[in-house]
Design a protein around this ligand. Structure first.
Ligand SMILES: NC(=O)c1ccc[n+]([C@@H]2O[C@H](COP(=O)([O-])OP(=O)(O)OC[C@H]3O[C@@H](n4cnc5c(N)ncnc54)[C@H](OP(=O)(O)O)[C@@H]3O)[C@@H](O)[C@H]2O)c1
Length: 312
């Protein structure tokens, strides 16, 4: 475990790093960019990587992790890697083989976290068309529990579940493991306050995606909607705390007990976003300066106050 990172305890006793590196990208962007970006992220200090079968980059993420293991930067146990069960594999007999296929792509023996990606099921019909399917979510969950028992997923959870769907799992007769988390869209324009309170009351960690306002894919996002990182309140807070709006948006989640994902393929943004973890280092720097002030009287009150201003 990296002591510089914030970790959040899961209800199964394991720990998840508070900041995760998102690996969804539009299909037109070459997959090799994911390998490059994931390597940069690991070098920069990220230890939590969020992936999914549906992103079609499990091979590239696995390649990046293995290359950082090979050069001695990390060990496999330092990395917290998530994947997700796609909706066409909800039928209980397909769940474990779907995870095994993902593991083969990663070249991993296990994932740290396996999630049900969405609370609805799909299947491919006789004409090759993908249509909705009816699969009992509780049966999907039982198949997920078997993946944990088989050691293929260290922890299991859900994504995009509302309160009612979570309750369905929590109230399932014979429940063996509670979901450790619910990964949902969550940002300053949609802060999921009620769902967060519910999750906290059940000791389920809320993991936020879209925290930076999403990639604004034309397919899903109305291009005339406000750009989150241009928000004037975020801008004012960023100015006050001498941070970027992105760091304020990420810090907001960590400070309310939410694990947060941040995606970027740009080196400067990847390196900037990990600075959200800077608080521990900032406090250490503050203590050192304080000590120096007391013992040597070298630090003027004015510069001490300036340091206070940059530490959260
Ligand atoms: N469970 C689910 O159903 C689900 C759904 C969606 C996402 N996710 C996960 O959550 C991850 C994150 O969500 P997301 O991909 O929607 O996007 P996001 O993290 O909200 O935003 C990503 C965009 O913000 C911009 N950005 C990043 N760092 C920045 C910085 N420091 N300054 C300015 N702009 C910055 C980048 O755009 P530019 O590159 O253009 O600058 C980037 O494309 C995904 O990658 C995926 O792993 C899960």
């Amino acid at each position: 475990m990296n002591s510089r990172l914030q970790y959040v305890e899961l209800n199964d006793g394991r720990f998840i790093p508070g900041l995760g590196f998102g690996t969804y990208k539009p299909p037109e962007v070459p997959n090799s960019k994911t390998t490059e970006a994931t390597k940069i992220a690991i070098e920069a200090g990220y230890r939590h990587i969020d992936c999914a079968y549906a992103y079609q980059v499990e091979e590239e993420v696995g390649l990046a992790v293995r290359s950082k293991i090979a050069d001695g930067t990390v060990k496999r146990e330092d990395i917290f890697c998530t994947s997700k069960l796609w909706c066409t594999f909800h039928r209980p007999e397909l769940v474990q083989s779907s995870l095994e296929r993902s593991l083969k792509k990663f070249h991993f023996d296990y994932v740290d976290l396996y999630l049900i990606h969405y609370p609805f099921s799909m299947k491919v019909n006789e004409n090759g068309k993908t249509i909705y399917d009816h699969v009992d979510l509780c049966a999907v969950w039982e198949a997920m529990e078997k993946c944990k028992d088989a050691g293929l997923a260290k922890s299991i959870g859900v994504s995009n579940f509302n309160r009612r769907q979570l309750e369905m799992i929590l109230n399932k007769p014979g429940l063996k493991y509670k979901p450790v988390c619910n990964q949902v869209e969550c940002h300053v324009y949609h802060n999921q306050r009620k769902l967060l309170d519910f999750c906290k009351s059940k000791n389920i960690v809320l993991v936020a995606y879209g925290a930076l306002g999403t990639q604004r894919d034309k397919q899903w996002v109305d291009q005339s909607s406000p750009v989150l990182l241009d928000d004037p309140v975020l801008g004012a807070l960023a100015k006050k705390h001498k941070r970027s709006p992105a760091l304020i948006a990420l810090r907001y989640q960590l400070q309310r007990g939410v694990v947060v994902l941040a995606q970027s393929l740009k080196e400067n943004e990847i390196k900037e976003n990990i600075q959200v973890e800077r608080r521990a280092v900032g406090m250490w720097v503050l203590y050192m300066f304080f000590l120096s002030y007391i013992t040597k009287h070298l630090l003027s009150l004015h510069s001490f106050i300036n340091i206070l201003a940059i530490v959260d």
